[in-house]
Write a protein that binds this ligand. Sequence first.
Ligand SMILES: [Zn+2]
Ligand SMILES: [Zn+2]
Length: 276
Amino acid sequence: MGDIAVSKQNLHIHSTYCDGKDTPEEIVLEALARGFNSIGFSEHTYNKYSTYHHQMMPEEMEAYRADVLAVKAKYEGKIDVFCGLEDEYFSEVSRQGYDYLIASLHYLDVGDTVKGFDGGLESTIDYINTYFGGSGMAFARKYFETLAQFPKKGQYDILGHFDLITKNNEKGRFIDITSKEYLDMGFAAIHELQGKIPLFEVNTGAISRGYRTAPYPCLEFLKEFYRCGFGVLITSDCHDKTYLDCAYEEAEALIRQAGFRSKWILTKDGFKEVAL
Ligand SMILES: [Zn+2]
Ligand SMILES: [Zn+2]
């Protein structure tokens, strides 16, 4: 068994620097109360296509880093604090100087422009109708094909919420996730990313926000990530400190079911594999 105190970590956290509810220090205090001995912040990078303000503006990046470094220094010896970014494929901001980078796709090139799809059920259905002729499969294909291009942007540590397109898809509303057509699209992206992005996350965020009852990715994709030698880590994509370790036990059970016997955590000496 792994040492729970060492291995309980969350590297996918949003604070008031983007669309989270709490300040970095409020989150650190909550993490200490919940027995974490390390966490990492991962604000969304700005992209020019965004029409709603849920990202960190480029001019806020230095203040973000300074604030996280100040909190890190203040709680040194009690908890390790890391400073990362959740980078959008269409973002062009500098990613230098962060402890780690998450590669996440929330926007797609829909022809004349780039549009975000990460909203609620109604807006997702509207998006699929407007840009993909009502075809959830066409939407999924565009998503996975774009996601597979991420390594061309640079080096990333963690692949974020691999099948985010299914956020509002419980009960197969617009994509049959058991179909061969869909699974093959995901497998192709996994194979394309193999050896290029070493880690992926099991992300429980949509459970905490009431969109889903299971984490990303689905079990079939988890098994393929395992077969392809990716390392896994558990995050809650936290936007509210109440959900800092939401569904961690379920996530751990799920990765065991997929075959994993270890997970990865970030330490002061870099990423490290620990037993489940
Ligand atoms: Zn995200
Ligand atoms: Zn996120």
